[in-house]
Design a protein around this ligand. Structure first.
Ligand code: FAD
Ligand code: NAD
Length: 446
C-alpha cells in the first residue's frame, strides 16, 4: 500500500466503496480493531435520501440531511482512512482498486491503486434512462444532493423567465409546465413537494403566474406506485386528481427534446408535450464500475444487468473476497435504503466474527466459518412510506395495514426524523420544518 496509509501489516485490509446507506451502516457496525479500513467515495458525506425530494423546493435545506463521513470514521476504535475519489476499476485477480480524484481541484497525485483483502461494493446505482435520446442532455435527475440543488435553481429560473416582460402566453404556459417522468416513489414524492410549493408559497409570490403552473406525472405502467397496495394506489391517484396534479398512466416517454418530450400512449400513438422543467425518475441501472466487474466474472454466475449477483451471505458470485450490498446488487428485494442498511449491519456482524478467528493463511475458511456462525442474511420488511403532498402520506405496513391521510403524514414525519443519521440532522430538519411553517420557503434562485 502507499506509504501514507500506514497500515498494520498483520491485519487484513477492508476497502469499502461508497458513503451511502449500505456503506455507513457497515462502518457503524464494524469493529475496526481487527482490520485496516479504507473508505472510497466521490462524495465525503452520507445523504439521507428519503428527504431529498423536500430539498428540491426548499422545504428542507440540503445540509440538514447530509452528514460528513469523517464524523463517522473519526469515532472508530482504529483509524479509518477516507479517500474522496471514484473507484474506476476493480481488479478481482490482483485484489486492487483503481481510485481517481475527479474533483475540481486536482493535485499532483490524482490516482492511486489500493490493495485490499476484502472489498465491500456499496457504491449504489445510477439513473436508468433506457437509452432514450435527450434524457442526459435536457432532464434533471433526483438521486444526489447536487440533483436537488439543480432542480431548485431551474424551478426558480422557470418562474423568473416566465415573468420576463413581453413573454408570450404560449411560452409562459410551456415554461410553467413541470413534467415528472416515472410514477415510482421518487417521482410521486417530487410531484407532491412541487404541489405544496405552488400552493403554500408561489400563489403569494407570483399571483399572476401561479394559476398557469401545471404539474404532470408521466408513467409507462397502468398505475403509479406499483409496489404499494391497490387501496393506496387508488388513494394517491385520487388525491393527485383533487390537487390538480395530472397523471398520464400507460404513457411512455420515447424522446426528450430541449423544449418538449415525445410520448407514446396506450394506443401506440405519439404525442408531443412541451415542458419547462423535466425531472427524470425511472429507477436504477448498474454503475460502470459494477458493470465492468460483472463483465470480468463468469457470465454463468453474473447474469443480471441491474447489479451484482450475491449469495445468501452477500458474497459476490465468482469473485474472490468481494461482497456486494444495497443498490449495487441484483437481489429479490427492492433497491431501498431499508434493505441496504440492513445488509450493511449484517455484513459488519460477519466481519466482526471473522476478525478474531482470521489468520492470513486461511481466508476462505475464515469467511466460511464466520458466515456459518452468523447465518445467512434475512430481511424483514418494516413497511413502505411515501409523502403524497398536502400534508398527506401513505403507509403500507407488513401486518396488513394500508393507511393514508393526515395522521399517516405525522407518522411519516416522525419515522424519518427518528431515522436521521445524527442528533444534529434531527435538530436541523425539525428547524427547517418550523422555519417553513413560519416564514414560507425561500424563493431566491441560487
Ligand atoms: P447509495 O445510498 O446511493 O450510496 C452509494 C454511494 O456510493 C454514494 O456515497 C456514492 O457517492 C458512492 N459511489 C458512487 N460511485 C462510486 C464509485 N465509482 N466508487 C466509490 N463510491 C461510489 N429507500 C427507502 O427505503 N425509503 C425511502 O423513503 C427512500 N426514499 C428515496 C428517495 C429518493 C429521492 C431516492 C433517490 C431514493 C430513495 N430510497 C428510499 C432508495 C434509497 O435511497 C436507496 O435504495 C439507497 O440509497 C441504497 O443505498 P446504497 O448504499 O446501496 O447506495
Ligand atoms: P422505480 O423503479 O420505483 O419507478 C420508476 C417508474 O418509472 C416505474 O413505475 C416505471 O414504469 C416508470 N418508467 C420507466 N421508464 C419510463 C418511461 N420511459 N416513461 C414513463 N415512465 C417510465 O424508481 P424510483 O421511484 O426512482 O425508486 C427507485 C427505488 O428507490 C425503488 O426501489 C423505490 O422503492 C425506492 N424509493 C423508495 C421511496 C419510499 O419508500 N418512499 C422513495 C423513493 C425511492
Amino acid at each position: 500500500p502507499p506509504a501514507q496509509f500506514a497500515w498494520d501489516p498483520t491485519k487484513k485490509t477492508i476497502a469499502v466503496l461508497g458513503s451511502g446507506w449500505a456503506a455507513t451502516s457497515f462502518l457503524s457496525g464494524l469493529d475496526t480493531e481487527n482490520y485496516n479500513v479504507v473508505v472510497v467515495s466521490p462524495r465525503n458525506y452520507f445523504l439521507f435520501t428519503p428527504l431529498l425530494p423536500s430539498c428540491t423546493v426548499g422545504t428542507i435545506e440540503l445540509r440538514s440531511i447530509m452528514q460528513p463521513m469523517r464524523y463517522l470514521t473519526r469515532f472508530k476504535k482504529r483509524e479509518v482512512l477516507f479517500v474522496e475519489g471514484d473507484c474506476k476499476e476493480i481488479d478481482n485477480e490482483n485484489q486492487t482498486i483503481h481510485v481517481v480524484d475527479n474533483s475540481e481541484i486536482v493535485g499532483q497525485v490524482s490516482e492511486q491503486k489500493i490493495p485490499y483483502d476484502y472489498l465491500i461494493v456499496a457504491c449504489g446505482a445510477e439513473n436508468a434512462t433506457f437509452g432514450i435520446p435527450g434524457v442526459h442532455e435536457h432532464a434533471c435527475f433526483l438521486k444526489e444532493a447536487w440533483d436537488a440543488k439543480k432542480i431548485r435553481t431551474r424551478l426558480m429560473d422557470c418562474l423568473e423567465t416566465a415573468a420576463f416582460p413581453g413573454q408570450t402566453e404560449d411560452e409562459i404556459r410551456r415554461i410553467l409546465h413541470m413534467v415528472v417522468v416515472g410514477g415510482g416513489p421518487t417521482g410521486v414524492e417530487y410531484a407532491a413537494e412541487l404541489h405544496d410549493f405552488l400552493h403554500e408559497d408561489l400563489l403569494d409570490w407570483y399571483p399572476d403566474l401561479a394559476g398557469k403552473i401545471k404539474i404532470t406525472l408521466v408513467e409507462a405502467m397502468p398505475h403509479v406506485l406499483p409496489m404499494f397496495s391497490k387501496q393506496l394506489i387508488d388513494y394517491t391517484e385520487k388525491h393527485f386528481a383533487h390537487n390538480k396534479v395530472d397523471i398520464l398512466n400507460n404513457t411512455a416517454v420515447k424522446k426528450v427534446n430541449q423544449r418538449d418530450i415525445v410520448v407514446q400512449d396506450a394506443n401506440k400513438e405519439l404525442h408531443t408535450i412541451p415542458y419547462g422543467l423535466l425531472v427524470w425518475a425511472t429507477g436504477n441501472t448498474a454503475r460502470p464500475v459494477v458493470q465492468n466487474l460483472i463483465k470480468s466474472l463468469p457470465s454463468t454466475l453474473q447474469n443480471q444487468r441491474r447489479g451484482l449477483v450475491v449469495n445468501d451471505y452477500l458474497s459476490v458470485l465468482g469473485a474472490q473476497g468481494i461482497f456486494g450490498l444495497g443498490d449495487a446488487t441484483a437481489t429479490k428485494w427492492a433497491p431501498t435504503a431499508q434493505v441496504a442498511s440492513r445488509q450493511g449491519a449484517y455484513l459488519a456482524r460477519v466481519f466482526n466474527t471473522i476478525g478474531p478467528m482470521d489468520d492470513k493463511s486461511a481466508d476462505a475458511a475464515a469467511v466460511k466459518a464466520a458466515v456459518e456462525w452468523v447465518g445467512p442474511f434475512k430481511y424483514e420488511h418494516l413497511g413502505s412510506l411515501a409523502y403524497i403532498g398536502g400534508d398527506r402520506a401513505i403507509a403500507d405496513l407488513p401486518i396488513g395495514v394500508h393507511i393514508g391521510g393526515a395522521l399517516t403524514y405525522y407518522f411519516w414525519r416522525s419515522a424519518y426524523l427518528s431515522n436521521l443519521f445524527s442528533m444534529r440532522n434531527r435538530v436541523l430538519v425539525a428547524f427547517d420544518w418550523t422555519k417553513k411553517t413560519v416564514f414560507g420557503r425561500d424563493i431566491s434562485r441560487e
